[in-house]
Design a protein. Structure first.
Length: 213
């Protein structure tokens, strides 16, 4: 009888563990608290081509609008969150100067599966489009930059308090796992924000940030 009870209990435990590791609670727990297994990704041909196209369009935009014409920030939301998808792009050399991880918005869901975008105030989603990086300030997430949406898809960014900031939940290296999610802000690691800070604060002209898919 004791053996039967043990086997029954073991079966229940195995089932419970199996069920839990497929829930949104588990996904968020992994993203926030568990160590990440490092990975190395390569930019696929489609993403690389898209990056080049956005860079060419960015060159024209910054020239017309009087933005920094040396560098811009490009974020490809089609890439996995565990993959480097925030690119510091050198517009003069036509090359990636640096790259890092960045979180996307969870649309105020406990854990958002896939991607969803919105420009609605209170949506908690990422908004696609071009942004002007504005003034810096120190707020809830430490040193941050206000963002001004320049397109119809993101022109509520300032009102939504969508800002560029850092959080310790974002790793410094690529990982096989999904990383943490934000409430719509492009959120990077503290170390990467230091790189961005050097560029933004050292620029006499506004820097362009472009989130696309």
């Amino acid at each position: 009888m004791k053996v039967l009870r043990f086997l029954l209990l073991a079966t229940v435990v195995v089932f419970a563990v199996s069920w839990f590791t497929h829930t949104k609670v588990w996904e968020k727990t992994k993203a926030l608290h568990l160590p990440k297994k490092e990975a190395i990704y390569s930019l696929n041909e489609k993403a690389a081509e898209k990056l080049e196209q956005k860079a060419e369009a960015a060159k024209k935009f910054v020239a017309q609008k009087g933005y920094n014409d040396n560098v811009c920030f490009l974020i490809d939301m089609t890439l996995a969150s565990g993959q480097n998808r925030f690119f510091i792009y050198n517009l003069k050399k036509d090359s990636i100067q640096s790259k890092a991880l960045v979180a996307h918005g969870n649309c105020f869901e406990y854990w958002l599966e896939g991607r969803r975008y919105s420009n609605v105030v209170g949506s908690g989603c990422t908004s696609l489009g071009k942004y002007k990086i504005g003034a810096s300030y120190t707020g809830k997430f430490g040193y941050s930059y206000k963002l001004h949406g320049l397109d119809s898809t993101n022109n509520n960014a300032f009102e939504r308090t969508v800002v560029l900031h850092a959080h310790s939940c974002v790793p410094d290296t690529e990982t096989n796992d999904e990383i943490c999610q934000s409430n719509g802000c492009p959120t990077v690691s503290p170390d990467f924000l230091k790189q961005l800070k050097t560029i933004i604060n050292g620029s006499k002209k506004p820097v362009l940030l472009w989130i696309y898919e």
